[in-house]
Design a protein around this ligand. Sequence first.
Ligand SMILES: [Zn+2]
Length: 258
Amino acid sequence: MKLKDKIIKKSDDLYQAYVYPVFNRKRTISCPCCGWQGPAFLPHGLEKRPNSRCPKCDSLERFRLYYLYLKKNLPTDKQLNVLHFAPEKIITKFFKKYANIDYLSVDLNPAKAMQQEDITQLSFKDQTFDVVFCSHVLEHIPDDRKAMRELMRVLKPAGVAYILVPIMDSYKGKTIDKTYEDFSITDPQERESAFGQHDHVRIYGRDFKERLEEAGFVVTIDKFVESLSTDQAERFALMPKNSFANETDGWIYCCRRS
Ligand SMILES: [Zn+2]
């Protein structure tokens, strides 16, 4: 993003975060990550879906979901080695608040995390981490099966890997029964047309769970969003409202060693 665009975005965010709520006193929406309250989150995404991005902390629907899930489920009474891929800023901040967490973020791009790592060829020893958090990464990775095996390799016997990807039941009016991938499509524009984003290499279907199991994981799906009240889901705007939205967006895939 150019500097001029960054300045425009930042000033728009500041206006939406602090000025707009002064004039519009509705406080129906709130961010569980940073406490911001206002009439609505900002539109976000290629389709500019409404009520999505927090103007104060930049959280999106799924980040708020992960935040609430981890807050409820992460043990605070034992030492945890946490490995976080392609770190979302607000989730990094969350992990770093815990005194019992030894935290490491990694990314293929060294500017985006604490350490550079290739998810298909990790530098860590076997069974190093208690918690692995990897969201919206595998849809970018051609050999995702190898990446899954690597995630399992570095997980401790009692550890858990949260592995999340966008899953679609249909795309452009066509039902997605099975994960769709075609490695002959390499042009970014063609990928955007085929997979919904220029840097995606597939569209996952609900057989994502089986792919994780083929890699050796035992997978349980926590339909977390369904355990919350409608009021909470609406107040925190947890489910995206756009044509790509899917029931599975509210599910957490918990993967353990067999
Ligand atoms: Zn926020």
